[in-house]
Design a protein around this ligand. Sequence first.
Ligand code: LMR
Length: 398
Amino acid sequence: MFERIDYYAGDPILGLMEKYSADNNPNKVNLGIGIYYDENGVLPVLDCVKTAEARIADPIAPRPYLPMAGLPGHRKGCQELLFGKDSQILQDGLVATIATIGGSGALKVGAEFIHEWFPQSKCYVSDPTWGNHIAIFEGSDVEVGKYPYYDKANSSIKFDEMIAFFETLNKNDVILLHPCCHNPTGLDLTQAQWDTVLNVIKARELIPFMDIAYQGFGEDMDSDAYAIRKAVEMGLPLFVSNSFSKNLSLYGERVGGLSVVCLTVDEAERVFGQLNAMVRRIYSSPPSHGGHVVDIVMNDEALHEQWVGEVYAMRDRIKAMRLKLKSVLEAKIPNRNFDYITRQNGMFSFTGLTPEQVERLQSEYGIYMVSNSRMCVAGLNTSNIDYVANAMADVLKD
Ligand code: LMR
């Protein structure tokens, strides 16, 4: 009966994590999945989260179903983080926000919404992008295309080509954008470049869909949301998916949000209703534990401040690792330019290694990065960085 079912080749990122776990090499280093490990190679539980957890645990409360849209405090937390605490559109009730099962859940509900209400729209993703973007939209029967982004020869962004491409798109086509810490390249647009992109989007009546999974890891909480807030200022309709996996270090709790910025309150109410309907038919309502943590940390002023500090400490450690990696590689291979390592933002560095070089790092050194050459810099620490830099230098020299 099931013999015609296709085998699943596995996920290139999650599969790598399994392979890493099974590797017996004592020197192995995990630079694959986008997870922040601290200086000791440990996945941290943030102090603000510990405090929130203690509040949730005492007293242990009953667990009713949450509303389809999740906890109001979770939704408010998403909105204020993305649009700013004093945002006028929030006061005016123009944003429909639901709490979601991680950033992937937000993308899924958004993709379903686009499929149902904008059936003619295609979705364009950057070349390259996070692989699951393509899988999620195609899985919702939305046709996916790619727009020019990464310039391998110069380790930069093909900005002019990208704009020229956007100029060819049709009204209501969706453009998936990474407001900060582009995954996988780490290369972000400048604010002036964002302005140009948003002007084209406005002129051609395209739909921006911004996926922000690393807010706080680029420059700071507000600067990282520049593109989102500028789109709002320009009066654009807008989808935003956000994730708390990385910046609350709550990967397994699956907490995120989907916000749709509308032009009138009536539109926002309609959209909110349809998002609820979509949630009901896919998974009914989100789980409660992570939602409560988000609610507490985002809405308690002191915990929120502590949280921001903890995110910036993670950001700064990653930046320090970038500097160190660059200087070790420059010393080892003086005729090669490694400036790209510190020009990139967030957790990832697109190293430009060939698939063969990536494979050699894995089989000969136990160093795991994604086959497209993406390295998670947050897996580096002072104990493993020389080992990694030496290994990279070896495979680059041969
Ligand atoms: C990544 O890009 O490594 C993360 O977003 C984790 C994932 O689910 O792929």
